[in-house]
Design a protein around this ligand. Structure first.
Ligand code: ZN
Length: 302
């Protein structure tokens, strides 16, 4: 009996990915194929971002915006029906990270400390929707966002950030929809094992940073290595050093790639793949990109 209990526990543990994996780019490619207008909307936003970069002077004067947030809990087992406190712990973590009041930002290497920037965005919980599902694990195909596939549709996605918390298969911690896509699937999806800072959240993804990362995508940020297998890509952000690929775990600084010495990869950026305790900053140009996405493509949230 005791042995069986242990092995069941071991099985549950195996659900937690050992390293970060995000499905945002895979979901993005699917949507670009299905919705040609999405590509046009993304190009318009890129143009608006370039203009902002050339003209905008001071992000510190931007209005503080509170983004109303809906959390959709889609659970297959009772454990996955996470508590209100766990949801609150995620909103609190998001608010610290997006206002740059997270205490671990002090670990930012000296050459980059001046880049740590407050987005002047806050999140307030507007509603929690709970739904029991027969689906054991969802994927990046947006099944969790439709009742017909065992999920639940978003609540007023033009004016509210929708977050789905559910079991995700394939080692995925989360994924997001970039701005300009169909509203019926707009929002971010987070593995219940990587949501909030307590309850079902499990180390090394128990500081709420998976949601910070996915909301970064939702506000048009790319991975800092640009999802290319070499040094050829760009995240369209000038103050994140060019780097070769994702970093995992808890790297030691500096870590050089793509001739980016002496400071190396900015692996402590929220848009890399390191563990939650190893990521703690957005840069000024990333914040400009997110503010432009908010004001130009997601103004309903304001
Ligand atoms: Zn990602």
């Amino acid at each position: 009996m005791a042995r069986r209990k242990r092995s069941r526990k071991a099985q549950r543990k195996a659900e937690v990915p050992l390293r970060r994996s995000c499905g945002a780019m895979a979901a993005h490619m699917l949507l670009l194929e299905r919705f040609p207008s999405f590509r046009a909307a993304q190009m318009r936003l890129e143009g608006a971002t370039t203009r902002q970069r050339e003209t905008r002077t001071d992000l510190r004067q931007a209005r503080v915006v509170t983004i109303k947030t809906v959390v959709n809990v889609v659970y297959n087992t009772p454990e996955q029906n996470i508590s209100q406190q766990q949801i609150n712990s995620q909103i609190s973590a998001l608010n610290k990270d997006f206002r740059a009041t997270n205490s671990d930002k002090s670990q930012t290497p000296a050459p980059w400390q001046g880049l740590v920037t407050d987005t002047r965005m806050k999140f307030s919980l507007a509603k929690v929707v709970r739904k029991k599902t027969d689906v054991a694990a969802f994927s990046h195909d947006d099944g969790v966002k439709r009742a017909s596939s065992g999920g639940v549709a978003p609540t007023t996605p033009n004016t509210h950030l929708n977050i789905w918390v559910c079991p995700l298969g394939g080692g995925l911690l989360g994924y997001a929809q970039f701005p300009g896509g169909p509203s019926s699937t707009d929002g971010v999806v987070i593995n219940y094992r990587a949501f909030g800072t307590m309850g079902t959240a499990q180390a090394p993804f128990d500081k709420g940073r998976t949601t910070t990362h996915e909301v970064g995508h939702y506000l048009n940020l790319r991975h800092i290595w640009a999802d290319t297998p070499d040094c050829g890509g760009s995240d369209n952000v000038a103050d994140t050093p060019n780097c070769a690929g994702p970093n995992f775990g808890r790297p030691t600084w500096p870590k050089i790639s793509c001739n980016n010495g002496p400071n190396g990869d900015m692996f402590m950026n929220y848009m890399d793949y390191v563990d939650d305790v190893a990521m703690f900053m957005f840069t000024t140009q990333q914040v400009l990109r997110m503010r432009t996405a908010l004001e130009a493509a997601r103004s309903g949230l304001m």
